[in-house]
Design a protein around this ligand. Structure first.
Ligand code: SF4
Ligand code: SF4
Ligand code: SF4
Length: 335
């Protein structure tokens, strides 16, 4: 096959630049016209954009959907972040949650975490992380879209350390210094913006150092603690069909969280990993239509046997394996 033929047979990447230019023009014009009600205009503009992007996702060919998902999470994260900032509900960072609990359990941060990070994942898993998180909205736009696997060792435990540190910090302020202003008003907003800025900075640095857009999610995000706990009981999960799966590993290659999907299928289990963010990139690339979403109840015994995500060493082994078997493991058409 000549280089030109190979180029022609490769699927075309969706070019969203004209839509982006149009969106910026509409945004700039609208901001001028409705400058007296700018926050309301921004939120409405973003909500309409999310609706259009979801419609585009539904009608687009499967090979383009992972690109459109990145657009959706960017817009969705922007809507939610804008609402959180403009509504003046205070600090939505984990520290805001702890201050909020100490003030009143009906604090907006407590309600947000209860719904999005505890009750929601019991039904829909970590759909927040795949489609709505305002941090991942930025991380998913970085250049390292294909994960290279995980660092070996217990680096994932840093997330628990970070959780404990931020809880300890709030307790120290509250009980040690009698400081109660971390959740509400202008001070709460400052905590929120500075905390969010630090998360973004750390996430971008980690992504470039480890060449992995979701490195922050894998090693450092403390929000994983409630998310993993409640999503371990999620009713919605991926389910594979062992009769259709040919073990090609295309799903593992696109999985941003390194979930070992074929192993669950071989074990006749649904995908029980609490690392899964429900981004459904794997469904979109499966050449055999072997994956789908399903509602169900998994027993504790099944969960105990759940697989660890692949490490970066497994990824290298996988590369070697794929080179040895180029026909069976043809991954050239992945988006
Ligand atoms: S792990 Fe944390 S940063 Fe990553 S998507 Fe989930 S909430 Fe957002
Ligand atoms: S991409 Fe589909 S066929 Fe290939 S390993 Fe994954 S589930 Fe099986
Ligand atoms: S297993 Fe599939 S849905 Fe879950 S994170 Fe990986 S690619 Fe996304």
């Amino acid at each position: 096959m000549t280089a030109a033929t190979a180029r022609r047979s490769r699927p075309r990447t969706l070019d969203l630049r004209p839509a982006l230019v149009g969106w910026i023009l509409v945004f700039a014009l609208g901001s001028l016209v409705w400058r007296d009600a700018l926050p309301t205009f921004i939120v409405i503009d973003l909500i309409v954009s999310v609706a259009l992007a979801i419609a585009l996702y539904v009608i687009a060919p499967r090979k383009q959907r992972n690109t459109i998902r990145r657009l959706i999470i960017f817009l969705m994260g922007s809507v939610l972040f804008s609402v959180a900032v403009f509504s003046g509900r205070g600090n939505m960072q984990p520290e805001g949650l702890y201050f909020g609990i100490l003030i009143t359990v009906t604090h907006p941060a407590v309600i947000h975490y209860a719904l999005a990070k505890i009750v929601g994942p019991l039904f829909f898993g970590r759909v927040w992380c795949g489609w709505a998180c305002w941090f991942a909205a930025l991380f998913d736009q970085l250049p390292f879209k294909r994960s290279r696997g995980r660092l070996r060792g217990r680096w994932g435990w840093l997330r628990y350390g970070h959780f404990a540190l931020s809880l300890g910090l709030v307790l120290l302020f509250w009980f040690g210094y009698d400081y109660h202003d971390g959740a509400n008003g202008v001070t709460g907003l400052m905590w929120f913006l500075i905390g969010a800025g630090l998360y973004v900075l750390t996430g971008v640095l980690l992504a470039f150092i480890l060449k992995d857009n979701r490195a922050f999610c894998k090693y450092f995000c403390p929000i994983n603690v409630p998310l993993k706990l409640s999503s371990s009981r999620s009713l919605l999960r991926l389910e594979g069909d062992p009769a259709k799966c040919n073990d090609c590993h295309a799903c593992v290659v696109v999985c941003p969280m390194d979930v070992q999907i074929p192993q669950y299928i071989a074990d006749k289990q649904r995908v029980l990993s609490t690392e899964c963010t429900m981004c459904i990139s794997c469904i979109n690339v499966c050449p055999k239509d072997a994956l789908k979403l399903s509602f169900g109840w998994d027993t504790g015994a099944e969960r105990l046997r759940s697989r660890k995500p692949q490490t970066n060493l497994d990824w290298l082994r996988g590369l070697k394996f794929r080179r040895l078997l180029p026909g069976k493991h043809d991954l050239s058409n992945l988006p």
